[in-house]
Design a protein around this ligand. Structure first.
Ligand code: HEM
Length: 76
């Protein structure tokens, strides 16, 4: 099950759309995972796991191979 942490910010109020946002993120992610395979390229070496700090924490730039999965009717 997808679990996204949400640290309540300094604001005094809760996000009213949190449930909707989580559901949308889940649907987008599982749709991508069902249709495509995300593969670390063979010649890319080890991934650089140092975080990039900004408004949010991001990964270092990286390349990823994206492959179509089998046809729709062959999927479970
Ligand atoms: C990834 C998506 C989202 C993030 C990261 C996010 C984040 C936040 C944050 C940080 C706040 C301020 C909370 C505070 O004052 O401490 C907030 C408030 C709010 N959010 Fe979201 N939100 C998201 C999606 C949504 C969606 C989809 C909706 C509506 C459909 C929504 C509706 C609201 C509303 C109405 C407030 C104000 C609540 C109030 O002041 O009582 N949010 N959100």
């Amino acid at each position: 099950m997808l679990y996204i942490t949400y640290a309540p910010g300094p604001g005094p109020r809760a996000c009213l759309g949190e449930g909707l946002a989580r559901t949308e993120l889940f649907l987008v992610l599982v749709t991508l995972l069902r249709r495509f395979q995300f593969v670390w390229p063979k010649n890319a070496g080890e991934p650089d796991l140092k975080p990039v700090f900004g408004l949010t924490i991001s990964p270092q730039p990286f390349n990823l191979e994206v492959r179509f999965r089998e046809k729709e009717k062959e999927r479970p």
